[in-house]
Ligand binder design. Sequence first.
Ligand code: TXA
Ligand code: MG
Length: 319
Amino acid sequence: MTTVGKNIEIAAAILSDNELVAIPTETVYGLAGNALSEAAVVKIYSAKDRPSFNPLIIHVPTVEAIKDYAELDSISQQLADAFMPGPFTLLLPKKSIIPDLVTAGSSKVAVRIPRHPLALRLLHKLNFPLAAPSANPFGYVSPTNARHVLDGLNNRVDYILDGGPCEVGVESTIAEVEDGKIILHRLGAVTAEEMEAVTGLKVVRKTQETKVDTPGQLKSHYATKTPLYLGDIPMLLKEYAHKHVATISFCKSYEGLVSGHQYILSPKCDVNEAAQHLFSVMRSIDEYSFDLIIAERFPDKGLGRAINDRLERAQALHK
Ligand code: TXA
Ligand code: MG
């Protein structure tokens, strides 16, 4: 049985027993377990039906605590000081206390300090870090509220710590300092420009070909069950005129569409607000029997870039 509540003591007790708790973070909800316990980590992979070659992010309360589990070089330290707590994950050489199962055998571990107040209070209470992938069955859209977690993982997690809807709405930026540059593994709320401003180093986007060694970047991530196409909405609407279509747009409404079939992510044209709503809308559309989702490209700045990345991945699965 899964229960939902706001009690940190209960969450801490369950986690100390090496059982699982879904936790709120400002990006998406995570499915958390004791990162130092192989038994707990096995439960995470199995609850998600996630292949164990796909490594997990560990969550800690402070920048100081990172050093217990990983080597923090001076540039990574600069990035940590600037962006943690926050929607930002660093890949760092791991210390041996972190089980290989957490990193899927890699010598690097992904570390994050979430800034959601409930998550931070919980992490401060525990004397171990939390391994936590997004709290959704493998391959599906990440959860941004407690209801989403329950929909996907009912009876697969003991407790859902309800911290309300996520403030950012898409997963954290993942970065790695290597050979005097910064490799950007996943787009999120912390942008390449911000990292360049803090460090003076060049940020390089990890390309499609080299993505093979970041297994979490598998194409099947973030996908809706309903096929999704990305492009010009009026043109695609013409092409699929005979289909039962839902659209996802930034702030404009389009003519010739029933209003209940149009999902506008931010009527005031704010990419941050759009990101907050993206996964909820993708999930809502999946609850109806649409043949197709047609989404447009978002502005190529800030979280707009992360939204485009998630929509491209959702589309890739259906191509
Ligand atoms: O915002 C987030 O980061 C959320 C919240 C819950 O913290 N977590 C999250 O976890 O999105 P997950 O497991 O859904 O995505 C983690 C990504 C995956 O693409 C995984 O492959 C990559 O991080 N990753 C984790 N550890 C890694 C490692 N050691 N080397 C390379 N990639 C790694
Ligand atoms: Mg995920």
